[in-house]
Ligand binder design. Structure first.
Ligand code: C2O
Ligand code: CU
Length: 537
């Protein structure tokens, strides 16, 4: 059994890291290795694994035979110098296989839970929906970003236990996008995620093929998951000071796994590549750059392609978010470039990342003579800008944190309500609404809505104290528009502390009961999740 770390140990290590005042960039230059939690690992010694792709049967308009996916426990090597670690995954790998679907071709998936009955990590039985009378090991798979009906969405309470199967139907009727699947079981999602229950789901369509973006071996997923690896190389998850309430308010790992390996490297040709970046971490927000500096061209966000590529030296990616980007290695033959993370944890005012490695690109592979475009397209897709005036309703929803008598964070809430409280968000199908997230906390919360995609309107700083005493929003800063890379269709939006983040959401999904929640999984598991209902017209 793996040793566990207390929150105090984690905090003091973060503080120590801050004191050391070494930036991720400096670390990247020195190639220092992590010493914080016993296991010291050398970065960039393993090649980046590419998850196996499963092509879902593509018969337009016709749902084919179900694809069986097995959830099980096994051991997988996470780094050259580690013994295999106990993990959970799909068809024997974590992250799971990349499911590749075609637009217009519905898919049936059967998720067979063959996990053991005991959870390797400490379940907190005081959390709602995870009581002592409820099985410790439960799973329910959700297709994040998928436009699916309520019965197929993986509602947190619709979990199954080992020996059972969950059947889902995905219509694949939405535009091309990088989606992902992961566990969503009530009160234990954070633990199931750390064990490894996540994978990518790519939806292709002919419109995208017309753009001749890099494809095949030049279209590479990068799934970021941070983990704490103990001295024996096993996955560890911190526990709070009280044995019967082990929940901790955030999880920040000491190592970053990309596609299931600690700080791997990728050997590339001197050409244009497409990367599909997914932040599948529990709490960590990555703020990343290439070193030596080189721009990214962001071509898609959560819900699909942007209007046009957005050149950016830096990426900000919160849990749940995706970014598709192009990197041009043509002028970089023989060079090595590090993707480094210097985002503080918690973001934006916590400690420096320890260390800030993510991945190393080695432009050391000879150019193969295949026909691939090397041009960055000028235009990508038509993304209509929704008019604010189209909204039939505005909901003001506050994000709050409650401190317990021991001064520890006890619980995080959406609009002061718990998951079990009656539904309050009940948009009418076919209408658009503005949701204003009033973040009164010190943390950034990535807020995710199921079933639909929305657009970011703006963000604006407000007087938190005044709001807390009068419930009135008094703005103190200028209106901040969406950054270019956030102008597309979003399903997860960064809500910075002390700001009101406004989104415009058209509820075009089939009527039914879904959820919206913070995608920091520790928050989601402890009441920062609410049901919502799309009412039929
Ligand atoms: Cu990625 Cu409700 O989840
Ligand atoms: Cu949160």
């Amino acid at each position: 059994m793996s040793p566990r770390f207390t929150r105090r140990q984690i905090l003091s290590s973060l503080a120590a890291a801050t004191l050391a005042r070494r930036t991720a960039r400096a670390q990247s230059d020195e190639l220092t290795t992590n010493t914080l939690f016993g296991i010291r690992l050398e970065p960039f010694v393993d090649p980046l694994p590419i998850p196996r792709a499963i092509r879902l049967p593509a018969t337009p308009g016709h749902t084919s035979a179900p694809e069986r996916i097995i959830l099980s426990q096994f051991r997988q090597k996470l780094h050259r110098d580690l013994p295999p670690s106990l993990v959970w995954g799909f068809n024997g790998t974590t992250p799971g296989p990349t499911l590749v679907a075609a637009r217009g071709c519905p898919a049936h998936i059967e998720w067979h839970n063959r996990l053991p009955d005991q959870h390797p990590l400490a379940v907190d039985h005081t959390l709602d929906g995870a009581g002592p009378d409820i099985p410790a090991v439960r799973t329910v798979i959700h297709l994040h970003g998928g436009h699916v009906s309520a019965e197929n969405d993986g509602y947190p309470e619709h979990w199954i236990i080992p020996g059972q199967a969950q059947r889902t139907h995905y219509p694949n009727r939405q535009p091309t996008a990088t989606l992902w699947y992961h566990d969503h079981a009530m009160g234990i999602t954070r633990l199931n995620a750390v064990m490894g229950l996540a994978g990518l789901y790519l939806l292709h369509d002919p419109d995208e093929q017309r753009l001749h973006l890099p494809s095949g071996p030049y279209d590479i997923p990068l799934i970021l998951q941070d983990r704490i690896l103990d001295a024996g190389g096993q996955l560890a998850y911190p526990v709070g000071p009280s044995a019967d309430h082990p929940w901790v308010s955030e999880f920040f790992g000491t190592h970053v796994l990309v596609n299931g390996k600690v700080w791997p490297y990728l050997t590339v040709e001197p050409r244009l590549y497409r990367f599909r970046l997914l932040n599948a971490s529990n709490s960590r927000i990555y703020q990343m750059a290439l070193h030596p500096e080189q721009p990214f061209y962001v071509i898609a966000s959560d819900g699909g392609l942007l209007r046009e590529p957005v050149e950016s030296a830096e990426l900000l990616l919160a849990p749940g978010e995706r970014l598709d980007l192009l990197i041009d290695f043509r002028e970089r033959q023989g060079r090595r470039l590090n993707l480094v993370n210097y985002g503080r944890a918690p973001y934006p005012s916590g400690g420096s990342p320890v260390p800030g490695f993510v991945l190393q690109f080695r432009v050391e592979r000879p150019l193969t003579p295949v026909r691939q475009t090397s041009e960055i397209p000028n235009a990508l897709a038509s993304v209509p800008r929704l008019a604010e005036a189209a909204a039939v309703k505005t909901r003001r929803l506050k994000l709050v944190e409650f401190m317990g008598p021991d001064k520890r964070l006890q619980r995080t809430l959406l609009d002061g309500k718990r998951f079990m409280d009656p539904v309050s968000e009940d948009p009418l199908r076919g209408t658009a609404e503005i949701w204003e997230f009033v973040n009164t906390t010190m943390d950034t919360h990535p807020i995710h809505l199921h079933a639909i995609h929305f657009q970011l309107l703006d963000r604006r700083a407000f007087d938190v104290r005044r709001y807390q005493s009068t419930s009135e929003v008094f703005y103190t800063g200028p209106l901040l528009g969406a950054a270019a890379a956030e102008q597309g269709w979003k399903d997860t939006i960064i809500c910075p502390p002390g700001q009101v983040t406004r989104i415009l959401a058209p509820f075009h999904a089939e009527p039914g009961r879904f959820v919206w929640h913070c995608h920091m999984l520790e928050h989601e598991d402890n009441e920062m999740m609410r049901p919502y209902v799309i009412r039929s017209a």
